[in-house]
Design a protein around this ligand. Sequence first.
Ligand code: NAD
Ligand code: UDP
Length: 315
Amino acid sequence: MSRKRILVTGGAGFLGSHLCERLLNDGHDVICLDNFFTGSKENVVHLINNPYFELVRHDVISPFFAEVDEIYNLACPASPIHYQYNPIKTVKTSVMGAINMLGLAKRVKAKILQASTSEVYGDPQVHPQTEEYWGHVNPIGLRSCYDEGKRCAETLFVNYRYQNNVRIKIIRIFNTYGPRMSINDGRVVSNFIMQALNNEDITVYGDGSQTRSFQYVDDLVEGMIRMMGTNDDITGPFNLGNPKEFTILDLAEKVIRLTGSKSKIVFKELPSDDPIQRQPRIDLAKQHLNNWEPTVQLEEGLTKTIEYFTKFKNK
Ligand code: NAD
Ligand code: UDP
């Protein structure tokens, strides 16, 4: 196998750090670019001594130049509290980040993969979600900075392909969890695990009947790498997620059981525009990505994630 030069934007984040690690293990030369808004050096500190790893502090809203063969564009805060903290910046990161990275891909003739999201479907009226569904997004709601930013990024990707022949790949990632999620980013898996480990109340928003389909990080990374390896005529978008659907209440109960916690479940107000249901159809990914499908089911993945979070207990 030849050593490729690969740029990972958002590489010091939760998903990016796992991707960098896997690419290095596969024998590639990796540039990890990050502005450390939600990511941290901690996530990649174990990679720093690898001579094939470079860490660059840079914000994707400014152009960046490097001779690379492939670009994985992950830079963007992913948790609702972080992307809503500075919504204008979130839009800039998605849109200007996509323009800058696509411009780079065009210039150096690199392949480029966009980490899009199930949020492009908004609060979906089609269930489960297939790639042909156009979505149901409130363009002026609390989540719009993220959802519409990601939708616009998809638009940019397909148009750089039509106009400039850039070799693009788009994946729509459904809720993914695992070690190195930030302990305080407010996402449901990290919140519930930390609350359970500290025997604090588990905060279920709404009545907990809303659903999500949770994918373990290793399954996603495998899917991303297979997607990048497809022929140039395969662009996606493809859903990458675990099709097993759970209610948020199911998740709370599982976390309590797996941690042996004394926590009680309490119910809090449901944030506005919170999607009621989410479940991917993954037929396209299976068909085009060499029978890709998730192999780690929720209890196994939660057990590994709980083990990681244990070190942050009572902090
Ligand atoms: P994360 O917040 O841990 O990682 C995002 C990384 O991007 C962080 O390291 C952050 O510092 C960096 N970043 C943010 N803005 C930047 C900017 N302007 N310039 C440079 N770096 C910047 O989140 P994650 O879960 O690892 O998500 C990674 C990507 O995957 C995001 O694009 C996200 O939208 C997408 N995604 C994630 C999920 C999920 O469930 N984890 C689901 C759908 C899509
Ligand atoms: N949620 C919850 N309690 C929490 C955090 C989140 O009940 O402490 C709910 C949230 O309202 C949503 C689901 O869990 O219905 C998933 O939330 P998350 O922020 O992880 O992801 P997203 O809503 O973007 O899928």
